[in-house]
Design a protein around this ligand. Structure first.
Ligand code: VG1
Ligand code: CO
Length: 541
């Protein structure tokens, strides 16, 4: 085995987005493409020599190839040890859990999360730091800058490592430990939740349908839900991870998981259903006849924290991404705890969690989690709901009704316009930006603009500033529209338009109807069809 220095040249656009570098598989298959990015990480980050890194992915197409490449590059760059999930499998939350538990230098997670997989799908890579969370912007910016100047990378000429067998081997001077990707994570879940109460719930006949969408959570859910919690075998469906996720879009929302929604609206509906995404950090909670919005889920979990052993000592504070509905803010106000508003993307929660300012955080994009790790956590959220229902004996729908009756309801929806031309998308945003000062006072149907701005965030812990994080339009009735461009798509641009309207009285409206005035106003303000060339959104959640 010997270290090779391979000559290379920079690629355009290896800029990490909302959550790491995400591109089509074909892009990653170009020779030197992954290597350049990985070497850019090693060239940028200090102090990993001789230390341990965690490595694994969601099992999608190209996962196995990429892992072997990264192992050889880690060895050639002087990493002391790499802990790899067996068969290359490691959910994003489990990666965070393992980094923290074993005090490793950091980790590399391979996933394009909720994006489709397979040879024609997407792939991704993300570097996590020692707190278990995504590297902050200043680190990802530096990695990107390095990728633009790279001219060589280091590679160890070594045989392929068998990842199917637990245990340790060596590549040159580097130790490779193949570990059980579920064990540490399952232990942590058992330490947070009332497993006895949840087991009793299943013994009493409570029925759950857990859709792992042929993605990474299958093995986790089988062991935790069907194993430790003794739910009937068959509770977890689509439980075997597949390289192409069975051809489905592993993004748990009512559009991509429409079969699950139909099932929960039908005669055979179970008491609760849930789904997780490609890399296991997202979750969707469904009751009979009701899909819980992620914004509401965060609010419900916060309001019911005292029912869960891991949070019995109280909630320090909460944070949500800016486009997430303000439902959790109302709970925080009622509890007398601070609430924070961050830009989209989990990396912005890291400092607030590390500093002990918040206990829970979440995003409207089906992501919820807590201080236990530094990523969002799909199974965690599902176990939280099970713990809650086990303790209250209520249903999902009943829980929501009572929550709204107490706090009022934030009607919420997100409209996506996918794969639109990037220049048109930018033109739409520029047009909006140019009108921010003139919008206040303007009337759109029954709505009058109160304020309009472009969200910028100053991190309260380290003072770093992140600009251009979405355009917000507030109306005099307290409702809000947000416009932003996606940072995770791989084809063209995706415009996301978010609607949020609070109602303390009418709690049973259909959300799109409740938001109809706002939706109309968004079209009028931003001329969405004219700019995007689309008559309407491609996805409504
Ligand atoms: C989307 C979501 C964002 C989430 C990100 C990563 O980003 O809106 O809330 O943090 O995906 O989720 P964007 O920039 O496309 O809107 V995951 O599950 O893909 O890591
Ligand atoms: Co994900």
């Amino acid at each position: 085995m010997s270290v090779q220095i391979v000559e290379t040249a920079p690629f355009d656009g290896q800029k990490p987005g909302t959550s790491g570098l995400r591109k089509q598989v074909a892009v990653f298959q170009q020779s030197h493409y992954l290597e350049n990015f990985v070497q850019s990480i090693f060239d940028t980050v200090d102090g990993f020599q001789g230390k341990t890194l965690v490595l694994g992915g969601d099992g999608r197409f190209h996962n196995d190839v990429a892992i072997q490449t990264i192992l050889r590059m880690a060895a050639a760059n002087g990493v002391g040890k790499v802990m790899v999930g067996q068969d290359g499998i490691l959910s994003t939350p489990a990666c965070s859990c393992v980094i923290r538990k074993h005090h490793t230098f950091g980790g590399i997670a391979l996933s394009a999360s909720h994006n489709p997989g397979g040879p024609d799908g997407d792939f991704g890579i993300k570097f996590n730091i020692g707190n278990g969370g995504p590297a902050p912007e200043k680190v990802t910016d530096a990695i990107y800058a390095r990728s633009l100047a790279i001219s060589r990378y280091r590679f160890m000429d070594a045989p392929v490592v068998d990842l199917s067998v637990l245990g340790t081997t060596q590549i040159g001077g580097m130790v490779v430990e193949v570990f059980d990707p579920v064990a540490d994570y399952a232990d942590q879940m058992a330490s947070l939740f009332d497993f006895d109460a949840i087991r009793d719930l299943f013994h009493r006949g409570f029925r759950l349908r857990f859709d792992a969408m042929h993605a990474v959570c299958g093995p986790y859910a089988r062991r935790i839900v069907e194993g430790m919690l003794e739910a009937p075998v068959g509770t977890v469906i689509h439980a075997d991870p597949l390289p192409d996720f069975g051809g489905h879009h592993p993004d748990p929302n009512p559009v991509n998981a429409k079969d699950l929604i139909a099932f929960m609206n039908g005669p055979d509906a179970t008491d609760m259903a849930a789904a997780t995404d490609g890399d296991g950090d997202r979750n969707m909670i469904v009751g009979q006849g009701i899909a819980v919005t992620p914004s509401d889920s965060l609010a419900v979990l916060t309001a019911n924290a005292s029912l869960v052993p891991g949070y019995r000592d109280g909630v320090a504070g909460v944070a949500r991404s800016m486009p997430t509905s303000a439902a959790v803010d109302r709970v925080a106000d009622a509890l007398g705890i601070p609430h924070y508003e961050t830009p989209t993307g989990w990396k912005f929660f890291g400092n607030l969690l590390d500093d002990g300012r918040i206990t829970f955080c979440g995003e409207e994009s089906y992501g919820t989690s807590s201080r236990h790790i530094r990523e969002k956590d799909g199974i965690w959220a599902i176990l939280f709901w099970l713990n809650l229902l086990a303790r209250t004996g209520d249903s999902v729908a009943g829980t929501m009704q009572k929550h709204w009756a107490r706090f009022g309801r934030n009607y919420y929806s997100r409209h996506d316009y996918e794969s639109i031309d990037s220049s048109r998308a930018n033109a739409l945003m520029d047009h909006l930006r140019s009108r921010l000062d003139s919008l206040p006072g303007q009337v759109f149907g029954a709505l009058t603009v109160a304020e309009a701005d472009e969200f910028a965030y100053t991190d309260p812990v380290d003072g770093s500033v992140s600009e251009h994080q979405g355009i917000r339009i507030f109306f005099t009735d307290g409702s809000r529209i947000v416009f932003r461009l996606s940072g995770t798509g791989t084809v063209g641009a995706t415009l996301r338009v978010y609607f949020d309207r609070y109602d303390a009285e009418r709690l049973d409206l259909e959300p799109q109807a409740a938001l109809a005035h706002l939706i109309k106003a968004a079209d009028d303000i931003a001329a969405i069809p004219a700019f995007t060339g689309l008559p309407g959104p491609t996805v409504v959640t």
